[in-house]
Every structure is written in C-alpha cells, then in structure tokens.
Design a protein around this ligand. Structure first.
Ligand code: 5GP
Ligand code: ZN
Length: 113
C-alpha cells in the first residue's frame, strides 16, 4: 500500500520523531502551523478517526494519551493546546492514515477557519 505515514512508521520516509509508543508514533509536521505542531498516528493503518474508533477504541485512547504527553514534552500542557482530527475532504484531510494534530505554543483562534 502506498501510504506516506506507513512509510514514516517503517522509516522509509524520514521524520522528526518526538515520541514513540508501542502502537503510536508522534512526529513534527513538515509544514508547522504553530510553534508546536506534532502529528500523532497509530502504527497500524486506519483511514480515519471514525474507522479507528470503531475498529480499535483503545488505540484511539492511546493516541490521545500520547497527544497529551507531546504537550507535556513541548511545555504547553498548562498554557493549552488543541487536538484536531481532520476527517474527509471538506475538513481538509489530505493523508488518509488517521492522525491527530497537536497544536499549541501560541494563541489559537476559535472557531478555526
Ligand atoms: P491533514 O491535512 O490530512 O489533516 O494533515 C496532513 C498533515 O501532514 C499536513 O499538516 C502536512 O503538513 C503533513 N505532512 C504531509 N506530508 C508530510 C511529510 O512527509 N512529513 C511530515 N512530517 N508531515 C507531512
Ligand atoms: Zn498508512
């Protein structure tokens, strides 16, 4: 399967790894939108958060625990951060291997654009 994030899991595509768990990987977004912009992914291929939630809810919970640990690592757990799952074309999902964006380190507008 030709999946960019599966290739980051195998090491075929390089990434700046922030944290590695047994079943998850966190790495810096190549085009950061905030001082902290990290993607947390399951190592297993799931196309969307909805499909992951149905297939393996504990793995989704693990991703969210890892998202918080990324915020702790980057020193933004107390100032605040946002976790975003773009799902589907109108939300701007471009990589169909589910990923949580962890954003923070600056004031974040609400609602997002
Ligand atoms: P989406 O738009 O699907 O929610 O998010 C995909 C994210 O993956 C984008 O923020 C984009 O910058 C990031 N991205 C795309 N290609 C690469 C890559 O090769 N390496 C890394 N680290 N991030 C990538
Ligand atoms: Zn994949």
């Amino acid at each position: 399967m030709d999946c960019l994030f599966c290739k980051i899991v195998t090491g075929d595509v390089p990434a700046k790894i922030v944290r590695e768990g047994a079943r998850t990987l966190a790495f810096r977004d190549i085009n950061p939108q905030a001082p902290t912009h990290v993607l947390v992914i399951p190592k297993d291929h799931h196309v969307s958060v909805a499909e992951l939630a149905a297939a393996d809810p504990e793995l989704l919970a693990e991703m969210l625990r890892e998202a918080h640990e990324v915020a702790v690592t980057d020193g933004i757990a107390d100032t605040g951060y946002r976790v975003v799952f773009n799902t589907g074309p109108q939300a701007g999902q471009t990589v169909f291997h589910t990923h949580a964006h962890v954003l923070g380190g600056r004031g974040l507008n609400w609602p997002p654009g």
